[in-house]
Ligand binder design. Sequence first.
Ligand code: URA
Length: 242
Amino acid sequence: MRLDKYLSDMGVGTRSESKKFIKAGRITVNGAITTDAAMHVSKEDDVCFDESPISYEEHIYYLMNKPQGVITATKDNSKKTILDLIKPEDRRKELFPVGRLDKDTEGLLLITNNGALAHHLLSPKHHVEKTYYAEVSGIVTKEDIDVFASGMEIDRGDICLPAKLKVLSTTSNSNNGTEISQVEITISEGKYHQIKRMCLCRGHEVLFLKRLSMGPLKLDKSLDPGLYRPLTSSEILDLLNC
Ligand code: URA
């Protein structure tokens, strides 16, 4: 590919900024300064910008702990998006979130430029499991668990695949009479507001929601909300093979 495209694909700058860097003699290819933006380079070439190596990676993958208050979109005129949380030096053209979390949901979000992988993970055919931690109003019962497991109807004709509902703990406040259940829910599809709608059908309002895993990928507990890191090679392999 052309040298200016290589640099802009790797986020060194826009195509025209990259051309300026090349003209200014700030780029070397295999140790020699080049001022030719049209020069053909490949992944095997040693390309440097101000002496720092710029290796070519076609696909990139970030594991983010999405914070509340940020929307799962690539662009918005007024609201903060998950891409606004990516540092300029980590930004690449065509990055997008795999699937959607509501504005008030936090937790695991995969951000990548690998469209084929995203398609695989989101395809209704593949039933990739997603597990959430939720705090819901009321006491979750054995009947709720059975209804989740049998595949519940959340709207007329809109039937969910069987889901796992596990109660972690329940708390009752005798002063104000409120009861809250802490649960883990695993679904294998991605309908709009699915967890909230499933819980509401059973009379439980979701008060807090956090995604813990998607397929083989688990939320990294060392990432505070708003932080992200690149996936490790074994996480990438697991995702590509799931
Ligand atoms: N289900 C929901 O209701 N909200 C989310 O953000 C994710 C799953």
